[in-house]
Design a protein around this ligand. Sequence first.
Ligand code: PLP
Length: 385
Amino acid sequence: MSSRFSLQNIPAGATGVLLTDLDALVRNYEKLAELAAPAECAAVVKADGYGVGAGQVGRALAGAGCKTFFVATLAEGVRLRAELADTVIYVLDGLFPGSAGEFAGSNLRPVLGDLAEIDEWSEFCRSSQREMPAALHIDTGMNRLGLKTDGRKTIVSEPERLNGIPLSPIMSHLACADDPDDPKSEMQRADFVSVLANLPNAPASLANSAGIFHGKGFHFDLVRPGIALYGGNPFANRDNPMEPVIRLYGRVIQTGLAKAGETVGYGAMLKLDRDTHYAAVAIGYADGFFRALGSSNKYPGAVAYADGCPAPILGRVSMDLTVFDITDLPEGSVQRGGFLELIGDRFTVDDAARLAGTIGYEILTSLSTRYHRIYSGGGPPARGA
Ligand SMILES: *Cc1c(COP(=O)(O)O)cnc(C)c1O
């Protein structure tokens, strides 16, 4: 990547740079698609493509042959439709009361999750005299969205409620796929199979990223990876099988020397045990660089890198600033106006997540709009670029 990407031509005022390697994203997609074949591989691009940019991600994946996308909200669907004319787009939140016309207007498919939504969509199809496809969500143990026990019984005993709605796919969602040893996934799979047997014949979909790695029995007709596309580890306790997609760089706005015995940052949480050269970087928790990544004398924190050399964080992360120890770096390698790598191959999205007590999903979706965003690879350039 470094060969194709240089931190030159960055706007002088940019405090941080978020680099997305769309070629790596496409390779991750191809890996998942190959695992899932002959099932179709969709892409989940909710929350602006997990914070990375739904338009850029969508175009790159469509260029690689992805035909089906999932977003969370109607507004996300409308925006993605403007980028991708000829794809199937599902809205996971389903139908809000009175929103059917907007779905139809942007050629979006709701994921119907309860009887009221089914009735409303069916009525809309009837009154507009069009058969518009929708997905049907069955709850198999998540207790979040989807038809639960009563709704499942009703739809089996009154299948006419689905009249006029071409169902594609019938889907459910795994609660514990990130732990391959958790028996809940197999219970959900078996339950899903039993519901499918009582519903009209339609394509089926169960697996998220981690579910794809559970084997053929979980693939059905369509898989729905999200996090793995973006290089996040789909597993809680296994090595990451995916390739990193994002890199984050923070601008050094000042360097300085602090004496042994002095402290760094708010709360004076870190007392220095040696004279320390430091770099103040213009990235903070308001950029999604979590406050929990800070260090104290008791706890180590995030580690930034310059040319592959580690620069450990010093003290607390402030709103817009973070300080790193550059004492052990070659002299002159970190200068005012330069950059430190805050997230990359060495300190990954998942390393940041572990340290912050969260998951890679939250690190990605918290990435700030303040970053100057660069996309490398991914086929033809963006529309209007
Ligand atoms: C977010 C989501 C996915 C993708 O999950 P990942 O774990 O990111 O792969 C798939 N299906 C549904 C219903 C989702 O909400």
